[in-house]
Design a protein around this ligand. Structure first.
Ligand code: CA
Length: 371
């Protein structure tokens, strides 16, 4: 290359570069944004508090993945430090800590906050309610998320749909549940609305923290416990001390998991980072449900092969009475709280349609799926 053509080329490149910069500037000013280069200028350092034990499989793991995705996508502009339950604050203080802004964000499930507002429960799970894909349908496109945002706005929080456990298992028992009367006097670890239903059946809902359940069941402090599904249940070792493993998890047919963000902290972020948080929650949602599906199927097989446990369905009679008792528990909740009524009306009309559709498709199909 001679000197003249080299200079021409260099000038051309330089002109091209400055044009590019100019174009970027014009583009940024047109959109009214500060451009992606801003992400690199301001560093945000956030704390995420969680209700899960440190490094809890899938749920705690997912929080760390979320933080990693956000850090990568923002090129380090937003770094989120994840704290397991009890590491910074007790697990059930997450809502308060994020609401007040002490922590920037948190991870949990909305039924933990029923004491703050009973209406929160409809955004996690309801006995005999919607499953994972129906919850996603209601939340993402059926009006549910709008109501969730409205409810949490009163607590300075922004909710994100951050995953789902899928249908859970009915729990571990040391006596057979043949009829509804078998719940009479039964001491079972079961939180939330399911626990209220159990009490209407004549049982006692016992609240035990995760770490106390195994010993409680082993020593007879409780007669039964629900937990999550085969994967987490296996890790807890329930198959070593219980005789019967019942299904389905009528009390938790698809528990939605949440990320909550303090509104003030969220509003201080550039739009690009806000979008990245929203998108990371969508990715987490998919990863979480996929992980539950994958691990539960594998661990159910493992329990079948390794444990001397009978895996049994609840009878139609038992499920029918549980279903009736659930209706009265929900009636009581919505009768006392207007916001709960408003949310439940939306939930219920969505459930009705989803159930008709699901019975004709998923349910009918499962009976014929090649195994
Ligand atoms: Ca559960």
């Amino acid at each position: 290359m001679n000197r003249i053509s080299f200079l021409k080329k260099s000038i051309g490149l330089a002109a091209g570069t400055s044009l590019l910069i100019q174009a970027c500037r014009q583009d940024s000013s047109k959109k009214g944004t500060k451009g992606p280069h801003i992400i690199k200028k301001t560093k945000y350092r956030w704390k995420m508090v969680t209700t899960w034990p440190p490094d809890f499989p899938i749920l705690g793991e997912g929080c760390k993945k979320f933080a990693q995705w956000v850090e990568e996508a923002t090129d380090g502009a937003l770094r989120i430090r994840v704290f397991g339950g009890g590491e910074l604050i007790p697990p059930l203080e997450v809502f308060e800590a994020v609401s007040s802004g002490t922590a920037h964000m948190g991870s949990g499930a909305s039924y933990y906050w029923a004491g703050r507002s009973p209406a929160t429960q409809f955004f996690s799970t309801v006995p005999f309610g919607m499953n994972a894909q129906q919850m996603n349908g209601w939340l993402e496109v059926g009006g549910g998320m709008k109501l969730w945002k409205e409810l949490y706005d009163g607590f300075n929080l922004i909710p994100l749909n951050a995953g789902n456990t899928g249908v859970q298992m009915g729990g571990w028992f040391n006596k057979k549940i043949d009829t509804p009367d078998d719940f009479n006097g039964l001491k079972m670890r079961m939180p939330g609305l399911g626990g209220k239903v159990l009490e209407k059946m004549g049982g006692a809902a016992v609240l035990l923290a995760g770490g106390e359940i195994f010993t409680g069941l082993e020593r007879g402090v409780i007669d039964a416990t629900e937990w999550i599904g085969p994967y987490h249940d296996y890790l807890m070792g329930f198959h070593k001390i219980a005789k019967y493993y019942y299904y389905p998890g009528w009390h938790e047919p698809g528990t939605t998991l949440e990320m909550i963000i303090n509104k003030r902290h969220y509003n201080q972020l550039p739009k690009e980072i806000q979008s990245i948080l929203q998108l990371a929650a969508v990715k987490l949602s998919q990863w979480t449900l996929a992980s539950f599906e994958h691990k539960n199927a594998y661990y159910l097989d493992k329990i079948r092969k390794e444990a001397a446990v009978e895996i049994l369905p609840f009878s139609r009679e038992v499920l029918s009475v549980l279903n009736q008792r659930t209706k009265s528990v929900i009636e009581e909740v919505i009768a006392k709280d207007d916001f709960s009524k408003k949310i439940y009306d939306s939930y219920q009309s969505y459930r009705k349609q989803a159930a008709t559709w699901g019975k004709m498709t998923e349910k009918a199909y499962y009976d014929w799926m090649i195994q």
